[in-house]
Design a protein. Structure first.
Length: 405
């Protein structure tokens, strides 16, 4: 069939969008993608075999262009772009990523008699509440990321969409509380393509990575750097491990609005030579940097948002046979405990983080936990399995006439 996907940001690049659309193509479907265009790329372009139809971006200073091309159900620029794509592609299915554009996608698909799947990769009402609480300009968030509006949108979308993809069981359970029948929800998680992690040691890490040393155990965090990611807790714990042997070191791969604060905190805690900030790296180099280290760290603060999602980096570390140190956000704790592939600490417990790092200084424990994680990926947490689930759900969600929805 022809499938139109809708993604609220620029493409390239997003790992989940790419894996889904390439998976659809490998199954014989044709894919079209409506996406944002802050980078002012061509309005129509093929990226690989994905036919991109970008929302026209006003040629204004970036702040104004960002505002006028905001991905929202009431934005006429998005309505025009999606309507044109549906008209030209004549799809049998629309897949819309996340909540902000879902009401618009459903309305336009309804008018064309097309099924709609909402890919709930994030719990937006919970995420936006956190954003509003931390935004230095509260009015901005209340206008563009209003959690009360998001709750209303979520209830409406729960009634009207043909099906949902979610990344974790906890988000499925959340949708069930909104009245979504369980047969309309498919768990398509943020799992890796194992071939990318089969020989990570063959790849070259960035020059900024120090040489491996028997006197150090290297921890790694990969992802956006915001306060909600909890890295300040890890730095505080490392300050209690100055006399450890071997000495733990932390590598932060990524950037964000909290990076400067983390740099200052590392200096305040006298962690020079033990914390390294490498900036953002392209995804192709992620397996190499994980393979270069000993332990993956995912210290996300425990919130409603982190209790209903799961990050790619958990499974990336497991695929590299690295043990993980995670907070007690519900999906992280559940998976790591069930698979015995790492250690869990209670959010906010600095002494607990330090104790778990001390335990992970043991090379035999790291080897056993890492092997368990790799085994779990090969058995269950891999993209081949999740893509098969997505394809089966597509056929199931589109099989019934929309009049019976």
């Amino acid at each position: 069939m022809n499938i139109v996907a809708i993604y609220a940001e620029d493409y390239p690049w997003d790992i989940r969008i790419e894996k889904l659309l390439v998976g659809f193509q490998n199954a014989g479907h044709t894919t079209h993608l409506v996406c944002r265009n802050l980078a002012l790329r061509p309005e129509y372009e093929s990226v690989g075999n994905i036919h991109c139809k970008r929302v026209p971006a006003p040629r204004l200073p970036r702040a104004f262009a960002t505002f006028f091309s905001t991905p929202a159900f009431f934005n006429p620029l998005w309505a025009i772009a999606i309507r044109r794509c549906i008209r030209d592609a004549r799809p049998e299915l629309v897949v819309v990523r996340d909540l902000p554009l879902a009401p618009l996608a459903i309305r336009l698909a309804d008018s064309a008699g097309i099924a709609v799947i909402v890919d709930m990769a994030e719990n937006h009402p919970a995420l936006w509440r956190e954003v509003c609480a931390s935004d230095p300009i509260p009015l901005r968030s209340r206008i563009l990321k209003n959690p009360t509006l998001a709750r209303r949108m979520e209830r409406s979308v729960a009634r009207r969409a043909d099906g949902f993809f979610v990344v974790v069981e906890e988000m499925r359970d959340h949708l069930l509380t909104l009245g979504v029948p369980p047969e309309r929800v498919a768990i398509v998680s943020n799992t890796p393509e194992t071939t990318l992690f089969d020989a990570p040691d063959a790849l070259t890490p960035p020059d900024t990575f120090p040489s491996l040393s028997p006197h150090h155990v290297d921890l790694i965090y990969v992802g956006n750097v915001t306060r909600r990611r909890g890295l300040h807790q890890v730095l505080a714990a490392m300050a209690e491990l100055q006399e450890s042997d071997p000495v733990p070191r932390l590598h932060v791969v990524g950037d964000g609005d909290y990076l400067s604060r983390l740099r200052s905190l590392a200096a305040e805690l006298k962690l020079a030579g033990r914390v390294f900030f490498h900036g953002r790296l392209e995804f192709a180099r992620v397996p190499a940097v994980i393979a270069r280290c000993h332990v993956g760290v995912i210290p996300h603060l425990k919130t409603e948002h982190t209790d209903t999602t799961v990050p790619n980096k958990l499974f990336d570390c497991m695929a590299c046979a690295k043990p993980v140190l995670v907070s007690n956000a519900a999906p992280l704790e559940r998976i790591v405990t069930a698979e015995d592939c790492g250690r869990v600490f209670r959010d906010g417990d600095i002494a607990g983080i330090a104790n778990q790092i001390r335990a992970l200084l043991d090379p035999e424990l790291r080897r056993r936990l890492g092997a368990n994680g790799r085994s779990a990926v090969e058995r269950r947490y891999n993209w081949g399995r999740d893509m098969a689930t997505a394809l089966a759900a597509v056929m199931r969600f589109t099989r019934e006439p929309r009049s019976t929805r």
